[in-house]
Design a protein around this ligand. Structure first.
Ligand code: PGA
Length: 256
């Protein structure tokens, strides 16, 4: 069901954390719960951590969801090194990031590939989190809105809102990811409103108003509240600052 939590906070661990450290992190997180149940918290973790972490939270009342950072668009087959939706489901993954800027720009994933992944995710129980964002050059050339519109419309092509059980989006300008230079509130508000208008235009459905749009790119416990107090920013996708339990909890518990 598409719904708008009070806020969404997703940590993206990328290629970090041992099993021991990850379990310690999640145990620490659980001991600080109850987090406000109106909030939706997730950790997008390396594949090897999904099973142990979902086992750790199993049966516990928590706002925490465990997810993956990527998946393949095919159901199964000869795709060395890839992972399929059913494999993620089997180990308890609840969501999956799709089209993260590092996938697009380091591993060359294009809009068509991301679209096929989204189709596959919609056919599974995984909640897709579609990431979009322009590069520094695209911004300087005035192409931000064109790029964002292309990334969203190509990803959603021919997918009706009724096929989507649940869905979130993240705006992550490439120039802000991992650089220590976050986007300003004004830039994010402008792009988020634009993303919402594209979702509304594409799906022509009231449900588009309930799709959380997160911001990601150099978010820390020092700047998170500045973002969370804005109506257009429904949550945050956090890389570096999600690796420390202390800073992650500070952001999760921020009630701006
Ligand atoms: P960052 O990464 O917070 O380290 O900039 C964000 C992301 O890649 O999702």
């Amino acid at each position: 069901m598409i719904s708008m939590p009070r806020k969404v906070i997703i940590g993206n661990w990328k290629m970090n954390q041992t099993q021991k450290d990850a379990l310690e992190f999640v145990r620490g997180f659980l001991s600080s719960d109850p987090i406000d149940p109106r909030d939706w918290v997730g950790l997008a973790v390396p594949y090897t951590l999904i099973a142990p972490l979902t086992k750790e939270i199993e049966g516990k009342e928590t706002t925490l969801h465990i997810g993956a950072q990527n998946m393949n668009d095919c159901t199964r087959g000869s795709f060395t090194g890839e992972i399929a939706a059913f494999m993620l489901e089997e180990v308890g993954s609840q969501f999956v990031l799709l089209g993260h800027s590092e996938r697009r720009h380091i591993f060359g994933e294009d809009d068509a590939f991301i679209h096929r992944k989204l189709v596959r995710a919609c056919a599974s129980s995984l909640l897709p989190v579609l990431c979009v964002g322009e590069t520094e050059q695209e911004r300087s050339e005035g192409l931000t809105f064109e790029v964002i519109e292309r990334q969203i419309t190509k990803a959603l092509k021919d997918i009706s809102i009724d096929e989507v059980k649940d869905f979130m989006m993240a705006y992550e300008p490439v120039w802000a990811v991992g650089t220590g230079t976050p986007a300003t509130v004004e830039v994010i508000q402008e792009v988020h409103s634009f993303c919402r208008s594209i979702l509304e235009k594409t799906w022509n459905s009231e449900k588009a108003a309930y799709i959380p749009i997160l911001y990601g790119g150099s978010v820390t416990s020092n700047n998170a509240s500045r973002y969370l107090e804005q109506e257009e920013i429904n949550g945050l996708l956090i890389g570096g600052a999600s690796l420390s339990l202390e800073s992650f909890l500070q952001i999760v518990n921020d009630n701006s």
